[in-house]
Design a protein around this ligand. Structure first.
Ligand code: GLY
Length: 564
């Protein structure tokens, strides 16, 4: 049974209003939680018409590419984690890969420092994987016809949909990359008159591309008219992706990462995701402490979690990358003896300076790190009546990717190449450091923080979770999972609780707006440099409690839990 945590049961440090127990949306048969309501409803319609969770996930993904172009996409990539009702699991890696012409130093300028070309312009895109991933998912695990799953997105693109407040605000964002590209400026910003809330946005070029994909399948995107047009536009604009890159792109089905935590079984994302390793490492370090004895967001809980985060991010910078190109030592990183030793280096009362955990902070670090969480990446969860569960995180990387719309094709391109380590020791957009493990090589997939995750208890589905949020995905998702597993919060309260983030370098503990003030002071006294932040990932969760699905999407945002 999930208990609603009652404020009066909690330690004195707790911030009462943050735990103002909200009831999550509940449903008996099926549920979709997504960051955009029209897309969530598209998935629910598929479930109600007899489609399974995989069918619904594909329909949601296509719909988000129309209604949530800030991150929903067909020009990017991501991960899909599936747990079928009979217990079988699958992980589809449809992450972008580096084009054949990519080189290790392609983003190093003449001064020896990283340029901005990994996030700006045509050279920042990796080969998109979304359409290949969705097609593999349908062929192997879906039940509906492909065209039926693309149809809701075609309708939304062709007939248009009402622009919401937050979409309108996002289009006006000062650092919006859409303004840098003539095709994006025309489609989304009407050449200087961005859509207001309540106006209808139609995307006829995208509708036509989706119609061809509906008729011809993924072959259209990778070998058809769409591939030809995209490769020609790349060539005309100095981009690297060729017809051969598109033709050779493949979804990779990997074994999900598995681990146990207390009475729970964790099924999560393997490399090239760093997130799953992070979740299991942090759980391994926390298990064996009584970090949860003083309640969620208490100084004690935050201290232990932050120290586990610090140690994981130090490992991430050195060991994690695409396992098809680098021998990623997953087994060693999750070894109990290793995690026991790591836990033993945590001082129960003081923050450990990051400099004594891993290699020293490079002088260049702070220059590119000025975190304002953008809306990059999106996540959604689906559970169907039979108990099949799907968690998908997919992305263009930055908000609206590199801001470039492929001319005549109507979809935005990713800037996923920035997730590689352009230069060992130099931080990427998220302040992440990397090494050879994540260096650029043709065909390689950049290290990701995305981590769709499914948790079972006694062999039964218990929780489905994931989030967008760049490098903070790992900490945000881990916190919400722990809030449910250890602090017995319901799905809605868990996603709403103010979060925190520590990523080893810089040596700062970020506390989300709304974090209890008195706890901040206590953490400062323990040696943390604390700084405020507007967000730590945007987590979405479904928790199954006594056969009832309970969904949580953050009250601070505009997602939707659709159930029946
Ligand atoms: N592009 C963000 C991530 O994959 O972590």
């Amino acid at each position: 049974m999930i208990r609603i945590v009652s404020p009066c049961l909690l330690a004195p440090y707790l911030f009462i209003s943050a735990l103002s127990a909200k009831t999550p949306v509940q449903a008996k048969h099926g549920m979709v939680v997504a960051q955009e309501p029209l897309a969530a409803d598209a998935g629910l319609t598929v479930l109600k018409s007899g489609g399974n969770a995989i069918d619904a996930a594909i329909a949601v993904g296509f719909a988000l590419a129309v209604t949530h172009p800030v991150a929903g996409n067909i020009g990017g990539g991501g991960f899909m984690l599936i747990r079928l009702a009979d217990g079988r699991t699958a992980f589809l890696d449809f992450r972008e890969c580096a084009p054949k012409k990519a080189t290790r130093d392609m983003y190093i300028g003449s001064d020896g420092n990283p340029t901005r070309e990994s996030i700006v312009g045509w050279r920042s895109s990796g080969v998109p994987g979304t359409i290949a991933g969705f097609e593999t998912a349908r062929q192997k695990y879906g039940s509906k016809r492909w065209a039926n799953l693309v149809a809701p997105a075609i309708k939304l693109a062709r007939e248009g949909f009402l622009v919401s407040d937050d979409f309108a605000a996002s289009l006006r964002g000062p650092s919006n990359p859409l303004q840098l590209d003539p095709e994006s400026r025309r489609i989304f910003l009407r050449n200087g008159r961005p859509y207001d809330a309540g106006e209808t946005l139609k995307q006829p070029e995208l509708a036509s591309t989706l119609e061809r994909i509906a008729a011809n399948g993924a072959k259209e995107f990778y070998q058809g008219e769409t591939a030809r047009q995209l490769a020609a536009a790349m060539q005309a604009n100095g981009g690297l992706i060729t017809e051969a890159d598109l033709r050779d792109y493949k979804t990779i089905e990997r074994n999900p990462l598995n681990g146990d935590y207390k009475e729970f079984h964790v099924i999560t994302s393997p490399p090239p995701s760093a997130g799953g390793v992070g979740l299991l490492q942090m759980m391994g370090m926390l298990e064996g402490t009584d970090y949860d004895s003083a309640g969620p967001d208490s100084p004690k809980a935050v201290h232990y979690e932050a120290e586990a985060m610090r140690r994981f991010y130090a490992d991430r910078s050195e060991y994690l990358g695409d396992p098809d190109f680098y021998n990623v030592p997953v087994r060693q990183l999750l070894d109990k003896k290793y995690l026991n030793w790591r836990r033993g280096t945590i001082d129960a009362t003081r923050a450990t300076p990051s400099d004594i955990i891993g290699p020293g902070l490079p002088k260049s670090l702070d220059a590119r790190v000025s975190w304002k969480e953008s809306e990059e990446t999106t996540h959604y969860n689906v559970v169907d009546e039979k108990g099949n569960a799907v968690a998908v995180t997919y992305t263009l990387n930055n908000s609206y990717g590199n801001g470039i719309t492929a001319p005549g094709l109507g979809f935005l391109l990713n800037d996923e190449m920035d997730d590689f380590a352009a230069k060992p020791g130099a931080p990427n957009m998220f302040g992440m450091l990397g090494s050879d493990a994540n260096a650029i090589e043709p065909g390689k997939r950049p290290l990701s923080s995305m981590m769709p995750t499914i948790i079972t208890k006694n062999g039964r589905l218990f929780m489905v979770a994931g989030a967008p949020g760049g490098a903070r995905i790992t900490t945000g998702v881990t916190e919400v999972i722990l809030d449910v597993l250890d602090f017995h919060m319901n799905a809605q309260d868990a996603v709403d609780l103010p979060r925190f983030h520590e990523q080893w370098k810089p040596d700062v503990l970020y506390l989300q707006d709304g974090f209890p003030k008195e706890n901040q002071e206590a953490l400062r006294k323990m040696g943390y440099e604390v700084k405020p932040t507007n967000a730590v990932a945007r987590v979405e969760a479904i928790v199954v409690d006594n056969g009832i699905l309970a969904g949580g999407t953050e009250s601070r945002l505009h997602g939707k839990v659709s159930g029946y």
